[in-house]
Design a protein around this ligand. Structure first.
Ligand SMILES: [Fe+2]
Length: 165
């Protein structure tokens, strides 16, 4: 058995990686490099599946007592937006080449629909020092479980995720 994960550190490290991938994706799109953009999208899909999964299965419901039902729903809708954006980006990049117009559209989608997630979700770590040891342990287990099952974002969204886009 591994040493127990620190959920705050894991959450932050995931967000840092996602932020770096997204900035690299914007750069690759600007260069009209469809192949590299698709590679980065695949990395984001792999990382984002387990990440969104533990957030929705454990982290958000546990933190709901602090921010309430309305903000909880807002967070789920923010995930919907990312899923819809990822589908759209995959669809365009799947063609193998990108036009100038598509570059502009995809960069705008990344900036307005995807990048806000790591920025906002990072702030949730602020609330996590109010959780009990048991709650932190449950979140750590959820992170481990979702990483072990390792279902990518778009597959998770179509299959396991209860809320459908
Ligand atoms: Fe997150």
């Amino acid at each position: 058995m591994n040493e127990e994960l620190d959920p705050i550190r894991e959450l932050r490290e995931d967000h840092k990686k996602v932020k770096d991938y997204l900035l690299e994706l914007i750069d690759a799109l600007n260069k009209k490099d469809a192949q590299r953009s698709l590679e980065i999208l695949i990395l984001l899909d792999k990382l984002g599946g387990p990440h969104f999964r533990f957030e929705e299965e454990t982290l958000y419901p546990t933190l709901k007592k602090f921010f309430g039902e309305e903000y909880y729903r807002y967070l789920l809708k923010a995930h919907d937006k990312v899923i819809t954006a990822a589908k759209k980006i995959a669809e365009v990049l799947g063609k193998g080449a990108i036009t100038e117009d598509e570059v502009r559209m995809l960069i705008s989608i990344v900036r307005s629909e995807v990048l806000p997630h790591p920025i906002e979700c990072e702030g949730l770590a602020l609330l996590m020092d109010r959780l009990s040891k048991e709650e932190i342990r449950a979140i750590a287990k959820s992170i481990e479980r979702s990483r072990n099952e390792n279902v990518p974002l778009l597959e998770w969204a179509e299959t396991i995720r209860v809320k459908k886009v």
